[in-house]
Design a protein around this ligand. Structure first.
Ligand SMILES: Nc1ncnc2c1ncn2[C@@H]1O[C@H](COP(=O)(O)OP(=O)(O)O)[C@@H](O)[C@H]1O
Ligand SMILES: [Mg+2]
Length: 264
């Protein structure tokens, strides 16, 4: 199969970055490498969750490109210069690379730059065996320059009616922006840690939220190990393999990729 692109979306604080990092981890554990992790949320930090200190972002590189374009070495095309900047943004780690989109862009739309970037990302995608994109709630990045096609969009909500309704709105945005999305699932994160309590509360939560037009792709329980990792600023790649959230993300990956015909 071609490189599957998994993207995570949802309102702030729902657990997107955590899920994205745990999906990267699950892909590494399954030997589906190399993985490209894309941080497309300027307000968050997928790098930190993966234990990567980000040197520069794509947004910053584009700004730099604009600053120096006039001074491009003779014989160097605009595209070649951009490609050079682009390559310097990618952080390489064991089993995965990280691309941080950052802000940049400025008030105007650098449309030609975005087109070039999209082409680069598309070409780059082919050299990975999976791509995981951590998105901002707005999803505009996705339509502008991250990817044309998303195989699986995981819309994340916390364990709350309001969160689920926000997830429904995010899903509506996908239609509005006419994103090319293969399948779309809801992931309910930060669910009660106690399995019995979770089993009892989940149907009630879903009933209270009403029709969301989204299939459930999985549930991530509240995990104290994540709270500790946040406090200690440690990578989610270092969490215990038996940690409830780690296990849950692995199951979610298997479920959504199973629908794609498996990882092999
Ligand atoms: N399943 C979970 N159990 C415990 N804490 C969680 C869980 N998921 C996320 N968190 C914590 O909630 C906060 C927000 O999560 P994050 O993944 O950064 O959300 P988002 O990317 O949607 O803004 C973080 O401090 C994170 O550690
Ligand atoms: Mg985030």
């Amino acid at each position: 199969m071609t490189t599957p692109i998994l993207a995570v979306a949802g309102k702030g604080g729902s657990g997107k970055t955590t899920l994205a990092a745990l999906l990267v981890r699950a892909l590494l554990e399954r030997g589906r490498t190399p993985v490209l992790a894309v941080d497309a949320d300027p307000a968050s930090n997928l790098g930190e969750a993966l234990g990567v200190t980000v040197g520069t972002t794509l947004g910053a590189a584009v700004e730099e490109f604009y600053g120096e374009r006039a001074a491009a070495p003779p014989g160097m095309t605009k595209e070649a210069l951009l490609e050079m900047r682009f390559a310097s943004v990618i952080e390489e780690r064991r089993g995965f690379d990280l691309l941080s989109m950052g802000r940049g862009e400025g008030p105007g739309c650098y449309c030609s730059v975005n087109n070039t970037l999209r082409a680069l990302v598309e070409r780059l995608t082919g050299s990975y065996r999976a791509v995981v994109i951590d998105n901002e709630a707005g999803l505009e990045h996705l339509s502008r320059r991250t990817a044309r096609r998303i195989d699986v969009l995981l819309v994340v909500s916390d364990f709350a009616v309001r969160g689920l309704r926000a997830a429904r709105d995010v899903s509506g945005l996908v239609d509005e922006l006419r994103l090319d999305v293969g399948s779309r699932v809801l992931v309910v994160s930060r669910a009660p840690a106690d399995p019995a309590r979770r089993a009892e509360a989940l149907p009630r939560l879903l009933a209270a939220a009403g029709d969301l037009g989204l299939e459930i792709g999985g549930v991530v329980p509240h995990d104290e190990a994540l709270v500790a990792a946040d406090l200690d600023r440690t990578s989610l790649l270092q969490l215990d393999a038996g940690s409830p959230a780690v296990v849950a993300a692995g199951e979610i990956l298997d479920r959504v990729t199973g629908a794609l015909g498996g990882l092999r």
